[in-house]
Design a protein around this ligand. Sequence first.
Ligand code: NAD
Length: 294
Amino acid sequence: MTILDGKDLSQRIKNELALEVAEVKRNGGKIPHLAAVLVGENPASQVYVRNKVKSCEEVGFKSTLVKKEEGITEAELLQAVHDLNNDPDIDGFIVQLPLPRHINEERITLAIDPKKDVDGFHPVNFGRMALGMACYLPATPFGIVTMLERYGIETSGKHAVIIGRSNIVGTPMGILLSRKGKVGDCTVTITHSRTRDLPGMVRQADIIVAAIGIPHFVTGDMVKEGAVVIDVGINRIDDPTAKKGTRLVGDVDYAAVAPKCSFITPVPGGVGPMTVMSLLMNTMKASKKEIYGG
Ligand code: NAD
């Protein structure tokens, strides 16, 4: 069994990006610039955004944190999005989700210029992905695909079972693994809360992607010997033995599943760091105008 070490791999890719930024600087080019919009005081969102900003600094990108009060109106937030769309120094930006309930997330996502949508959530980027066109891939699936590629995991002809059909993980993951390509050519089954005999489906999988948000949902008896297991879940559970009284676990019962796998991602330290790194890769692409040109 090999652990897919997202922390180590993302650091290696960050080093590659840092070299590229240094080269741009030497040549007097434009330094990639990512902005993150954070609304309110959601503690998890604050941690995510802080990590993103810190990662930008590590590779030499410019970063801007746009902090807004919980009570901001939708119109004011839309204005902030328009300002970022029109700021020539900002190559890409994200609006950290979830947003407060009084703000319509869909309207905000639609207002982001697809050329600067480095989270890959805008329907233009999603549609381009589905059609196999150049686009900003959504960060988490992009991170997973990069991980499979860099670890040289063969996907062609394999049966991939995805658990969860969210717009940001399960559904795009299904599209990416089923399309033609280096990482792709899988036969994909997307399972969800209405799936009949979900354990039976998962048992057939050569590749399992678990993105549900339920701790230890995937148990040892659901996993075929030699399967590749990608655990996207991030769940905080009580743990009296831990210093904080809680700890993070994935959607996979790691202790029971790991011995049966060929490859598995740990939580933390698997998919999470790859997600942040994908955002940096998309920002680099935005800065180089690789997807949409000048
Ligand atoms: P979501 O809540 O939007 O979607 C969950 C999906 O799971 C839904 O499609 C639902 O149908 C399915 N589901 C729920 N209960 C089920 C059940 N009993 N049986 C089968 N399917 C069921 O979640 P999401 O945004 O895709 O995130 C999933 C998990 O991944 C969460 O723990 C989240 O924190 C984590 N996450 C991690 C990263 C990362 O970078 N590591 C990124 C995004 C999300």
